[in-house]
Design a binder for this molecule. Sequence first.
Ligand code: ADP
Ligand code: DP6
Length: 329
Amino acid sequence: MAGDTQATATAHVNVALVKYCGKRDTELVIPWTSSLSMTLDAFWTTTTVRFCAEAGEDQVTLDGAHLTGEPRRRVTKFLDLVRPRTSRAGRFVVDSANTVPTGAGLASSSSGFAAPAMAASAASRLPLDTTALSRLARRGSRSAARSTIFGGSALWHAGHDDESSYAEAVPAGEGVPFEPVMVVALVDTAHTTISSRDGMQRTVDTSPLFRPWVGSAAADLKEMRDALAQGNPDGVGEIAERNALGMHATMLAARPAVRYFTPATVTVLDAVLELRRAGVSAYATMDAGPNVKILCHRADADTVAAAVRAAGCPTAVAEVGPAARLVRT
Ligand code: ADP
Ligand code: DP6
């Protein structure tokens, strides 16, 4: 349509090696803890945003289906942050496609809001730098702050207000060969019954282990930064695994419990332990779902994937992914 502007962006998912869990300010989205992630090449979101003068209301599709209810509201609330900052009249038309299963603990919301953040600001002709984009994406989905711009590893500073809560790239293994791979155990790719947002909020509100977890997460982050800087894969893996299991223990102590583990999850975690006993450097992490991501050396990826398949679970292998980018304006 004449006068419309549009932009298309692609953002990859990121998986936290030191997790974010819960926010101290829900409106501004200020988390309790800083977190650190690895961007994956295997899964991403592509979003086209059109700024359409003729549309009566925002239209949002995901994988070809119109979003309604809460999932749509989550996107339009996010667009409301961009709307007042552009001189263009009319409504957004947002079309996204996820290559990652949605809502299964495989971080679809990280790429699913990073790509719209980049595309919406470009379609609106808002010149945002990487920090501003990270802050904008954070308001859509917390973990999107990390995916927005950065490939490799990203550190999201918890901060104390809108301005100070953003992510930045962190170098890994300067001068040391460090080529981590994540073998993703696809335990169950269906949408979970409890979203990460609701699960984390219940954990913050009711888990007696939450405050201690905040303290241990800070210690994990410091050690993780050291391990990354030294290019120490076993250090990175050990800290990532204990941090993830600590977060899930904290969630399990919520009232009622927030439980993402299934019997198949535990079978995969057992397979990871067996791999380590056999001398393979492999460490597990999990998010808000039953799926397990296994950090290992690239040279061991086939061995790890075979062990997971032998445990009855399909796999995908992900290497370190690229930064988000505009693919068309
Ligand atoms: P996940 O592990 O997949 O991030 P969450 O429960 O954190 O699981 O988030 C899933 C929710 O994120 C979906 O139910 C949906 O509301 C939203 N989401 C994911 N991808 C997109 C997308 N591309 N566009 C809009 N919303 C999305
Ligand atoms: C458990 O970005 O999905 O994967 O926006 O609050 O819904 P909300 O959070 P989201 O957080 C995912 C949290 C996590 C851990 C992490 O990625 O740090």
